[in-house]
Write a protein that binds this ligand. Structure first.
Ligand code: CTP
Length: 398
């Protein structure tokens, strides 16, 4: 198979391949970029595999970065882009974050492709646009199948994260998991225990916000992968609701919020759960706010002040979560009420502490309390947001 009209992202990289070939080396586009080209998906970067050793790559190009020399990877800066160029290799043991523990350089492309995870990721393309397909990856692309290269058990022993990658690709690409590969995941899900939480989390989130996350999640449960990720063991009954949800989450915050709600995690335990998954403070805070507002929605209609405190982003995210969970909610009325709030942030208040001091209020807790009362009254529409009205209100309080 030959691709004639290569997208710009590839044509821009052709001189890099040419230079490697002119230097007497083999060079190919490999991995996700070739897969995504054939699937007509957006391509964010192209990776190159070569027979040249890192030192040889560095000699051929002016601007390079030693990204992972030990692992065979040099980043080449060429034109407006950068390219990861990796020497043909096999690897094993990916216990740590991102990089394999051991790397063995191999003689040719065949040996390099043989150690890759799935047939659809083991395609290569040369500078003439010719596809090299040693493992029937083109057929699996056509049949929309995630299938391990060669022996799936071996592939998962090399890097157990690949089992999470399988369900991630199911969700992102709307593919099915091939039977033997699925059986191998079922048999070896425990291997995931050796993998760093950060790597598992990245794949889990990509699965969660992919367009087929409910189907992928079903496989995540069926294969028992869910038993070997933080805080999910023994919870498959609660998680079984996920594949039956109304919609797929499209935002990371919504995905985590939905998971936390399904797991019935108490407000006080959300922080621990998010930390167990090594999430950032910003992500944890955002999710805590959404789940809290969602709980409030389930009990009663929030007050204007509660809507103000939540803010627009949290409100919209919470509406999104309710929508995904099929929770009836008058989202239009809530957004209208939010939009009609007299102020949407504290900085929009017509007065500040200095104004109150001028009105004779002493600095201290009393002043803070007064400011809050004023804010609440303005938001509730009981007090106009201007100096005159607020001044009159303050005078009446003494
Ligand atoms: N555990 C892994 C990770 C990666 N790969 C190989 O390395 C390539 C690049 O990996 P990566 O950049 O992580 O993922 P992509 O497949 O490119 O997908 P995406 O960029 O969409 O994340 C993959 O296509 C696959 O051939 C692998 O065999 N095993």
């Amino acid at each position: 198979m030959k691709i004639n009209n290569l997208p710009n992202i590839f044509t821009a990289a052709l001189p890099v391949l040419e230079r490697l070939e002119n230097g007497g080396f083999e060079a190919y586009f490999v991995g996700g970029a070739v897969r995504d080209l054939l699937l007509n998906r957006h391509i964010h970067d192209v990776d190159i595999a070569t027979s040249a050793y890192p030192e040889e790559v560095k000699e051929l190009f002016q601007k390079t970065i030693d990204t992972g020399i030990k692992h065979g990877t040099v980043t080449v800066l060429y034109g407006d882009s950068s390219y990861e160029i990796t020497t043909f290799r096999t690897e094993s043991g990916y216990q740590d974050y991102r990089r394999p523990d051991h790397v063995t350089f191999v003689q040719n492309l065949d040996a390099d492709l043989k150690r890759r995870d799935f047939t659809i990721n083991a395609l290569a393309m040369n500078l003439r646009g010719e596809i090299i397909d040693l493992f029937d990856g083109l057929n699996d692309l056509k049949n929309r199948l995630i299938k391990a290269v060669g022996n799936p058990e071996q592939r998962f022993h090399e890097d157990a994260l690949r089992m999470m990658r399988a369900v991630r690709f199911m969700s992102q690409l709307k593919f099915k998991l091939e039977d033997k590969t699925k059986q191998a995941v079922k048999d070896h899900h425990q291997l995931l225990k050796k993998i760093s939480v950060e790597r598992i989390r990245d794949e889990f989130v990509k699965m969660g916000i992919g367009p087929h996350s409910r189907q992928a999640f079903q496989t995540f449960l069926d294969t028992n992968l869910s038993e070997d990720v933080p805080d999910f063991a023994g919870k498959s009954d609660l998680l079984a609701v996920y594949p039956k949800l109304k919609f797929n989450p499209t935002e990371e915050t919504s995905f985590w919020s939905v998971i936390i709600i399904l797991l019935k995690i108490q407000d006080t335990q959300i922080n621990k759960f998010m930390r167990d998954w090594k999430n950032s403070n910003a992500m944890t805070e955002a999710v805590e706010k959404i789940v809290t507002l969602f709980d409030l929605f389930s009990e009663r209609i929030p007050t204007d002040y509660e809507l103000f405190k939540a803010g627009k982003t949290v409100l919209l995210n919470t509406i999104d979560v309710a929508h995904i969970l099929g929770q009836p909610i008058d989202s239009e009325a809530l957004v209208d009420r939010y939009m009609a709030l007299p102020i949407k942030s504290s900085s929009e208040l017509a007065i500040d502490g200095r104004f109150l001091i001028k009105q004779g209020i002493e600095p201290g807790p009393k002043l803070g309390k007064m400011l809050n009362t004023i804010k609440e009254k303005v938001i509730a529409g009981e007090l106009e947001n201007n100096e005159e009205a607020i001044g009159a209100f303050v005078a009446k309080q003494d």
